[in-house]
Every structure is written in C-alpha cells, then in structure tokens.
Design a protein around this ligand. Structure first.
Ligand code: HEM
Ligand SMILES: [Ca+2]
Ligand SMILES: [Ca+2]
Length: 306
C-alpha cells in the first residue's frame, strides 16, 4: 500500500476496493436518494458521525438500540438519519455479507452529506470496525451549547484536535438547524437588561419571532441564518456579525484564539480555505479511536451488537 494512502491508526483509503468494491457507491446512492425526499438527513448524518467519534471513537456505538445506550442520552436525542445507515447496510450485506462496518458506512455517509449540500469532497480512509459498547453515561464527552471556548478546546484536544480543527469542524453548523430549546434562553432575560449582549441587537427581534418566549421548544431554525442548506463560509460571516445561534458558536468569535481562525476563513492573511480545511479536519476526526484488525466486529445489523 502506497504510503500516501495510509492514514493513522490503520484505516486506509480504498479498504474495501477488493472485498466489496461497490460499498462506497452504495452508500453514496443511498444518501442521495434519502436526501432527495428529505434534505434534513444531510446535516443529521454529519452530526451523527461527530457524536459517534467523540464517544468510544468512530465505531458506530451511536447506532446501538436499547435501554441506556448512547442514543438515549440527552445530547443525542434529536439525531436524525439512522434509517439511511440501516438502508445502506442492508443493501451492502446483500452483496458482501460481514465485510463492511457500520462505522465506515457512517463516516462515508457524513462525507456524502457534505457533498450533497455543495460542500467539498475528500477521500475517507476506511477499515474501522464496530464497537461492542454503547452507554448513555459516556455521552458527557460531547460539548454542550453553553460550553466556554476553553472547555470546547479541551474536549477537542482530548482527541488530538487543535484550535483550528475545532473552529473548522464546528463550521459544520453551516448546514442544518437547531431546536429553539437550545438557544431561546439567550433571547429573554439572559441578563437583567434583556437578551444576550453578544447577539447583534438588530437580529434579536428576528430570533424572538422565530422562537417566541414560552413557545414550542422543538421548533427548528437554521444554525447559519440565510444559508442553512448550503455548505459555505456564510456561517463564519454570521458569527462575525453577531448572528450566531448557539451561545457556544458565538463565543468562537468572542475569544481571540478562535476568532483568528474565523477571520482567516473570511480572508484575513494568511487565509485558510474552509473547504480544504474541513476535509482535512474531518479525516482527523474520523480516525478518533478507530478499532481495526482484531478489535471490535463487523455488525450484521447496525442497531445491534452481534
Ligand atoms: C462545541 C461543539 C459543538 C456544540 C456545542 C454543538 C451543538 C449543537 C447543537 C445544540 C445543535 C442543535 C441540535 C438540534 O437541535 O437538533 C447542533 C446541530 C448540529 N451540529 Fe453541532 N455542535 C458542536 C460541534 C459540531 C461538529 C464538530 C459538527 C460536525 C462536524 C457539528 C454538526 C452539527 C450539525 C450538522 C447540526 C445540525 C443537525 C440537524 O440539522 O439535524 N456540530 N450542534
Ligand atoms: Ca462511537
Ligand atoms: Ca451555509
């Protein structure tokens, strides 16, 4: 295997090229077909992959059904797209039984989701095996929407992801939505004087009308106002303009260390290209704690340990 194809921890691009050559294209076609009927699965699958990788590594532990499994933990309660992974797995098992892991299907589906929303593509190293542990209590690794920048940095650094990776990956919020319940506290009585002062005052009435006080907390709005369906740098422009939705997102602009990375995505010298960096940081994230060789298993059904 050429050195250029080898990425840390034993995964490599084209792991299934001999054992199941159609695996990657089946995932792509399956994500495409679900996306056509429901575009919300694209952000759903990107987020699901992140939540998988941060708990027990990228090992499909998020997909296990049952009492007290990861998917029952509060930070995972609104994840969407499980049916897409199940659909791809069923098709792949029919042609190459016992070969392709659910963890790889999810990593590939996250990449395909970004492509479908006009984002970059990248090669996904494969060869992950599926984990045999899924516990709700492990979900505390995941960052919360009020998390300080220092604490966000710590949670990412614990997996070898630096400050630039943090800003880049949270840039995944360029697509998808948030439920009002995760940020409406910023709009009313956040301080004695009213809303969170880090929100652009001109934007407050818009947010208040989208998420009325004591309204439906499950109502959803774009994390990247005006561009929730498109993978682009508009999310960073919004942060610069005090139009971040989550408190944790807006703090990335408040803190000088993360603000610099945002400014570079917006053209400050030396500039960074979001699309290029996103693929790079995703490959790093996708290699967190991967199980290869004799660790883990190839699940028969993604929602259950063999
Ligand atoms: C500090 C880190 C992060 C925090 C606190 C955070 C928090 C959140 C919250 C609260 C939501 C709204 C969930 C909902 O209402 O369903 C959300 C959505 C989302 N997050 Fe994050 N997130 C973080 C990092 C990331 C990363 C690293 C990625 C991917 C690389 C990501 C991708 C997404 C996507 C795509 C959505 C939209 C989901 C959908 O529309 O179904 N997030 N995030
Ligand atoms: Ca996992
Ligand atoms: Ca966008």
């Amino acid at each position: 295997m050429a050195a250029a194809l080898v990425h840390g921890q034993g995964t490599r691009v084209g792991f299934y090229s001999a054992s199941c050559p159609r695996a990657e294209s089946i995932v792509t076609l399956t994500v495409q077909s679900h996306f056509r009927s429901n575009p919300a699965i694209a952000p759903g699958l990107l987020r699901m992959h992140f939540h998988d990788c941060f708990v027990q590594g990228c090992d499909a532990s998020i997909l296990i059904n049952g009492p007290n499994t990861e998917k029952t933990a509060p930070p995972n309660s609104l994840l969407r797209g499980y049916e897409v992974i199940d659909d791809a797995k069923t098709q792949i098992e029919a042609i190459c039984p016992g070969v392709v892991s659910c963890a790889d299907i999810l990593a590939l589906a996250a990449r395909d989701s970004v492509v479908l929303t006009n984002g970059p593509t990248w090669l996904v190293p494969t060869g992950r095996r599926d984990g045999r542990v899924s516990q709700a209590s492990d979900a505390s690794n995941l960052p919360g929407f009020t998390e300080s920048v220092d604490s966000q940095k710590q949670k990412f650094a614990a997996f070898g992801l630096n400050t630039q990776d943090l800003v880049t990956l949270v840039g995944g919020h360029t697509i998808g939505t948030s439920a009002c319940q995760f940020f409406s506290y910023r709009l009313y009585n956040f301080t004695a004087n009213g809303p969170d002062p880090s929100i652009n005052p001109a934007f407050v009435p818009t947010l208040q009308s989208l998420c009325p006080q004591n309204g439906d907390g499950s109502r959803r709005i774009d994390l990247d106002t005006g561009s929730g369906g498109r993978f682009d740098t508009s999310y960073f422009t919004n942060l610069r303009n005090g139009r971040g939705i989550l408190e944790s997102d807006q703090k990335l602009w408040t803190d000088p260390s993360t603000r610099t990375v945002i400014q570079r995505f917006l053209g400050l010298v030396p500039p960074l290209t979001f699309n290029v960096e996103f693929g790079r940081s995703m490959v790093k994230m996708s290699n967190i704690g991967v199980k290869t060789d004799t660790n883990g298993e190839i699940r028969r059904v993604c929602s259950a340990i063999n």
